[in-house]
Ligand binder design. Structure first.
Ligand code: SF4
Length: 143
């Protein structure tokens, strides 16, 4: 029988608005964008998708991501005073934090995410089913 995932009983998480997930954590530095994210951002800024891509995006391994201006030292360019200045248009990548596939193993969760994100252990319990749905939704995303 397969072993139960460590989040089988759910996980307590509620965003505390620390903005920490918007700061650089080495390899986690990039914010990737789906096509729908690019369109939402373009609409939000009142520009075309092509203009948005030119002004705000880069590409790595065929995946579109927000650029990191050097003065931001790897933090997201939309992070202002610890808050997302484009919150309504924020990408799926941000909406699904902290339930990212690469975070959902006991080692990463306990050694990194739990200590890094002040929202872990606070507020609502997200059930196994909810977390699985968030993880599954990311499988279908094409960044
Ligand atoms: S787009 Fe907004 S929520 Fe996403 S990393 Fe940037 S500041 Fe944070």
């Amino acid at each position: 029988m397969p072993r139960k995932p460590f989040y089988a009983e759910g996980i307590q998480f509620e965003c505390q608005g620390s903005g920490k997930c918007c700061t650089s954590r080495g390899s986690y530095g990039f914010v990737y964008l789906t096509d729908a994210d690019q369109k939402r951002f373009a609409k939000y800024f009142g520009i075309t998708k092509a203009q948005f891509l030119k002004q705000y995006c880069g590409e790595k391994g065929g995946h579109v991501h927000l650029i990191d201006p050097p003065e931001n030292k790897g933090d997201c360019m939309f992070l202002k005073k610890n808050q997302c200045s484009a919150y309504e248009a924020r990408p799926e990548h941000c909406r699904t934090w902290p339930f990212w596939p690469e975070n959902m193993n006991p080692k990463t969760w306990n050694n990194e995410i739990k200590t890094f994100c002040p929202g872990v252990g606070k507020g609502k319990v997200h059930s196994f089913e909810e977390i699985k749905a968030v993880l599954d939704s990311q499988k279908e995303m094409e960044f």
